[in-house]
Ligand binder design. Structure first.
Ligand SMILES: [Zn+2]
Length: 364
């Protein structure tokens, strides 16, 4: 398969435009046109992972964390990043990262953690703003259904767990066709009045181009009248962290024991047990201390994440149980998630998981 077909499929799921400003997701090493027989998936791309890919004949490594995160000024093998890149180039292996864009989609890193914990009623803990548009289009009544359907198929009209959402109002449109026109209705130089529908749909920014193009293709008019307006609403399916509920409440210690088992952890660092039961669970894979206040505001009984610093533990303020399950620990299932997704998309393309445990932290 061509590398660009694989990365395009991954980015249709987790568009690169959803990555955070500081991030560097995407193809970092290699030619997008080149063909590969198999891919190796890892959380961190290290020299050992590159050697493993070379041994297995995998032409592409897909990592969660980008190996090139900050700018590089040389490639002389000074540190592990440069050595990893040099090894990949030497073996002709492409390196691709799918990082905060996969954190920010509801079916991504955090959706996988929530599924492993058996959480229900999932929603994004800190939904992103600036990701939605409202599209208004004016269309002759007889063609309204075709236009509506075309927009839905291109990704418009999703609100929460509902799709094909639209609002439709009847009215009359007027227009006068000028010189050099070929009007679908009416005559040149004369004002025409047409019974029309005003169809309104919500459009995610990531599907804006596809929806507008589908609309224009399906619409009968030579000049399509439509308005695309930015919305102040947050996108409920895009953003940081996740909130969900357990089927049955658990005692705090029972819950922590379950988390320890599910994630195969040696240790969980946590704040004082509060003597309450746990039902509402907030979580964020990786370094999620920035969401402690959001988890409290959402009324979570517990917040699970990694990389919590000493002073950040105080921020729990007896409002919830704050538990650090480690950066690697919290994100380890991301590898299975990517493998599973690629398996569904390309059943005959081999996707392997690294056997290297890249967690750099050991416990004595
Ligand atoms: Zn991470």
């Amino acid at each position: 398969m061509r590398i660009k077909d694989i990365t395009a499929a991954l980015e249709a799921w987790a568009p690169r435009s959803l990555q955070e400003d500081y991030d560097n997701s995407g193809l970092q090493v290699g030619d997008p046109e080149s063909e590969v027989d198999s891919a190796l998936v890892c959380l961190d791309c290290t020299e050992a992972v590159v050697e493993e890919a070379a041994r297995l004949g995998c032409g592409l490594i897909i990592s969660h964390h980008p190996v090139i995160f900050r700018g590089l000024k040389s490639l002389s093998g000074k540190g592990y990043v440069e050595r990893t890149i040099l090894a990949a180039i030497k073996h002709g292996i492409a390196l691709y990262a799918i990082h905060t864009n996969l954190d920010n989609v509801i079916s991504g890193v955090n959706g996988e953690i929530a599924a492993r914990l058996g959480l229900k009623n999932l929603r994004v803990l800190d939904p992103k703003h600036g990701q939605l548009r409202k599209l208004f289009v004016f269309v002759p009544k007889d063609q309204a259904e075709a236009v509506r359907t075309a927009m839905f198929q291109a990704g418009a009209g999703h609100i929460g767990n509902y799709d094909e959402c639209s609002f439709n109002g009847e009215g009359h449109g007027t227009f006068r066709a000028g010189e050099n026109t070929d009007p679908h209705l009416g005559q040149k130089g004369r004002r025409h009045t047409e019974p029309e529908m005003r169809v309104e749909v919500v459009v995610p920014l990531t599907a804006e181009g596809a929806v507008v193009s589908a609309l224009i293709t399906a619409h009968p008019y030579e000049e399509v009248a439509y308005d695309l307006v930015p919305l102040a609403n947050a996108h409920p399916g895009i953003g940081s962290g996740m909130l969900g509920e357990l089927d049955e409440p658990l005692e705090e210690s029972e819950f922590l024991a379950q988390v320890k088992k599910t994630f195969g952890l040696k240790v969980i660092r946590h704040t004082r047990l509060l003597g309450r039961s746990v039902r509402k669970v907030a979580l964020c894979g990786g370094s999620g201390a920035f969401l402690i206040n959001k988890a409290k505001a959402a009324g979570a009984d517990v917040y699970l994440t990694g990389d919590i610093k000493y002073h950040e533990f105080f921020d729990a303020d007896s409002k919830l149980l704050l538990a650090d399950i480690g950066h690697f620990g919290s994100e380890q299932f991301t590898m299975d998630l990517i493998q599973r997704r690629l398996g569904e998309l390309f059943p005959t393309f081999a996707v392997r998981l690294t056997e290297n445990v890249t967690d750099p932290i050991y416990h004595f």
